[in-house]
Design a protein around this ligand. Structure first.
Ligand code: TRP
Length: 367
């Protein structure tokens, strides 16, 4: 039997999704969905994982589940092709996490680069919630519960996939089985898209920095944000030569613009190289390049916005989609838990061999 292709990925619902998510993961998901070269595809809203560092703020998570669902649908994820579900509704994931925890050491978790980095970012120092510290184990549960082997993620998630592979090997080895599958990460196609900076030049788009362009932003908001983008602070007069390195407008054009865009919106230039050369030489103003970037982004964002507004008018239907997806996810994950318990030989009531062994053990005792 050829190996099944099962795709799974997800996001923490801590805010609306932005352009960084679009190029870093959403586009890849939609193209995987449309290539249709898979057996099953799951997209998970990781609310339980989001709670690992938001325990005191479930309100934030609750409000953002619908936002993330709307973002998914607006970029073209199709609930008829993809199972979209909410993590906390799948109790099997918690159970798997508990069993896998026995196969992972504290020092291994401490070495996980993503966790290390996030601990620093959140200033947790010694006060890390245990749930947060161990979320790589729960992520291994997310992946293995569905026997997913293709995980489209950003590069920051590579250590999670590596840790999942280790847990899979350890489980299969310890319990002499091959039921768990080692997953592979799939990164976005465009190298430059791996890390889209914020509009202020900061390396990461983040809500707290207020430097992101969101899929749900209005046309006016996108315009205002593009016009305020960080360029070259020394490029004061149009005639001045400008730099394109760390000039966010060019960073974005690198990721988003095509020759078609030039023909349509800026026909004085054939392509980005020509535009860059003119900027470096001097004589090209920031307003021109920003207006062009705005057109390029709008061409992409306008249909997303339209689709979002369609679903914004059908919120109950969106909740229905999540509920249907979650029910399916529960079924699949429960099946895996049963297999896992069988492999661990802790399926006592189904294990006739065990029961009969104990019958025999006590039969011959002199009464
Ligand atoms: N950790 C991921 C993120 O922060 C979200 C996530 C949770 C996930 N479980 C997953 C991604 C399983 C891929 C597979 O974006």
């Amino acid at each position: 039997m050829p190996k099944k292709k099962i795709i799974l990925t997800g996001d923490r619902p801590t805010g609306k999704l932005h352009l960084g998510h679009l190029v870093g993961s959403l586009k890849k998901r939609v193209s995987l969905q449309n290539e249709a070269d898979y057996d099953e595809m799951y997209v998970m809203i990781a609310d339980a994982q989001a709670l690992t560092d938001n325990a005191d703020n479930p309100e934030k998570i609750r409000e953002n589940i619908i936002e993330v669902a709307l973002d998914y649908l607006s970029v073209g994820l199709d609930p008829n092709k993809v199972t979209i579900f909410v993590q906390s509704t799948v109790q099997a994931l918690t159970e798997l996490t508990f069993y896998y925890s026995n196969l992972v050491t504290v020092s291994r978790l401490q070495r996980n680069p993503t966790v290390k980095n996030e601990i620093k970012l959140r200033n947790f120092e010694a006060n890390i919630p245990v749930g947060f510290f161990t979320y790589p184990i729960s992520q291994a549960a997310d992946i293995t519960a569905f026997k997913a082997n293709i995980i489209p993620v950003g590069e920051d998630q590579l250590p999670m996939i590596e840790q999942t592979r280790e847990i899979v090997r350890s489980f299969n080895h310890t319990y002499k089985t091959d039921i768990l599958i080692e997953p592979e990460a799939v990164l976005p196609d465009n190298e430059k898209a791996l890390r889209l900076p914020g509009i202020d030049g900061n390396a990461k788009m983040s809500k707290s920095l207020g430097n992101g362009i969101y899929l749900s932003d209005t046309k006016e908001e996108v315009k205002r944000k593009v016009m305020s983008m960080y360029t070259d602070p020394n490029h004061i007069h149009i005639e001045d030569p400008g730099t394109i390195e760390n000039n966010i407008v060019f960073t974005y054009l690198d990721v988003f613009s095509t020759e078609d865009h030039f023909q349509k919106y800026l026909p004085d230039y054939q392509n980005l190289q020509e535009l860059k050369a003119h900027y470096q030489k001097g004589g090209l103003g920031d307003v021109t390049i920003k207006k062009f970037l705005f057109e390029v982004l709008e061409e992409m964002l306008e249909p997303i916005r339209a689709k979002r507004s369609y679903y914004e008018n059908r919120i109950e239907e969106v909740y229905q989609i999540l509920e249907t997806g979650s029910k399916k996810a529960v079924e699949v994950a429960n099946k895996t838990v049963n297999e896992i318990k069988e492999a661990m030989a802790i399926n006592y009531f189904e294990d006739q061999e065990l029961i009969q062994k104990h019958v025999a053990k006590y039969q011959n005792i002199e009464k």
